[in-house]
Design a protein around this ligand. Structure first.
Ligand code: DSN
Length: 418
């Protein structure tokens, strides 16, 4: 496997193999990561890499689209079916581009947008000041209440005060169900367009484990590689009413040639996401997150909002007397991969914040269930208690690797020409 790369470029081959091993021997808890299937991985390395297809099916600027038109149409149709959407654009290169495209389909530079502040769990592209979305648009940011939950009354008040043209719902570090109807009602009240970024929860929505934003947003953006378990790509879903504006905003507004190899893999991932197995997977992600949260609480960890209702847990480490970076680095040495993160109203600096963000999509793909979450919580607690003890951390790292051996990763070690 990967024999061609092995023969041609040993340096890259060695790194690819090492990464495969790392993914196999670690407990991967970064909530935006997953293991794509072998079929998805094969498509991303396929012949579609070689094709330019600027435009849309039936309306391209290059010839030779006999197969690309069909595969893009297939991806669109599957996206519409999985999410119950009227229209799907499967071309955005990734989530950030999809968000900027979605905004520009509805509003002009200089207009006001309103999204969840990044340090409270939003995303750079929800209007954070250093992002193009915070520079090209006037940005007003909502935050969370004292419990770490969305406060729809406060969001409504802020919207009434600033009258944004566009309101973004969605988050990257929010452990609770989002009430998309409440956002739509607020948007209607102030005459704003409501856009949802469901990147983190797309797999849960596809599998019926989180309410869908589709009925309540003018457009819904998502990446395809998080809980949806596809390739690194993105989509925008909308009603027929907004299809032309969204398509024009993506191409030619934001991008040139679509990545047809990624779109092929998105089609495959959506084929997988439409199955009953995937629905069970999505529900297990949430069950696992809830169990992991319960156990962490038993070990004395403080969780932002008191727990989780989705795939994600945000730990407030202040009562443990350490910052997120220190713990995430110790966990990494113990082969448990997480990321440090701000907590709401974080007294510490964003590059060394007070929180740790974890989630269960990747471990659930490996077949781990509630009893394994108990073990993961125990490992995490031991690392926290021995954060300064290199020997103890190495011992835990070996135990983690032994534990992982019973849960094979999807075979991503593939080559389309073998
Ligand atoms: N970087 C992604 C995440 O980890 O949530 C969001 O784009």
């Amino acid at each position: 496997m990967l024999s061609t790369i092995n023969k041609q470029d040993k340096a890259v081959y060695d790194l690819l193999v090492q990464e495969r091993k790392r993914q196999e021997m670690c407990i991967r808890l970064i909530p935006s990561e997953n293991y794509a299937s072998a079929a998805v991985m094969e498509a991303t390395g396929s012949w579609m890499t070689n094709k330019y297809s600027e435009g849309y099916p039936g309306k391209r600027y290059y010839e030779g689209q006999q197969n690309t038109d069909q595969i893009e149409t297939l991806a669109q149709e599957r996206a519409k079916k999985v999410f119950g959407a009227q229209h799907a654009n499967v071309q955005p290169y990734s989530g950030s581009v999809a968000n900027l495209a979605a905004y520009s389909a509805f509003i002009e530079p200089g207009d006001t947008i309103m999204g969840l502040s990044l340090p409270f769990g939003g995303h750079l592209t929800h209007g954070w000041k250093v992002s193009a979305t915070g520079k090209f648009f006037k940005s007003v940011q909502y935050t969370l209440d004292d419990q770490g939950k969305l406060d729809y009354d406060a969001i409504e008040d802020l919207a009434k005060e600033h009258k944004p043209k566009l309101i973004v719902s969605g988050a990257t570090a929010y452990p609770r169900i989002i009430d998309f109807k409440a956002f739509e009602d607020i948007a209607k009240l102030v005459g704003a367009v409501h856009i949802t970024d469901m990147a983190h929860i797309a797999g849960l929505v596809a599998g019926g484990a989180h309410p869908s934003p589709i009925p309540y947003a003018a457009a819904v953006t998502t990446t395809t590689h998080k809980s949806l378990r596809g390739p690194r790509g993105s989509m925008i879903l909308c009603t027929n009413e907004h299809a032309a504006a969204v398509d024009k905003a993506v191409f030619p507004g934001m991008q040139g040639g679509p990545h047809m190899h990624t779109i092929s893999a998105i089609a495959i991932a959506l084929g997988e996401a439409g199955t009953t197995e995937f629905a069970a997977y999505a529900k297990q992600i949430v069950k696992n997150a809830k169990r992991l949260a319960e156990k962490l609480i038993e070990y004395g960890f403080t969780l932002v909002s008191g727990g989780t209702e989705n795939h994600l847990i945000l730990i407030d480490l202040r009562n443990k007397g350490m910052l997120g970076k220190k713990l995430s680095k110790a966990l990494d040495r113990a082969n448990i991969v997480t990321n440090y993160n701000t907590i709401p109203n974080d007294p510490a600096k964003p590059f060394n914040p007070s929180g740790l963000r974890i989630g269960t999509p990747a471990v659930t793909t490996r077949g781990m269930k509630e009893s394994e979450m108990d073990k993961i919580a125990a490992f995490m607690n031991r690392v926290t208690e021995h954060v300064e003890d290199g020997q103890a951390i190495s011992k835990i790292g070996q135990e983690v690797t032994d534990f992982c051996a019973a849960f094979p990763v999807p075979d991503t070690f593939v080559s389309p020409v073998s």
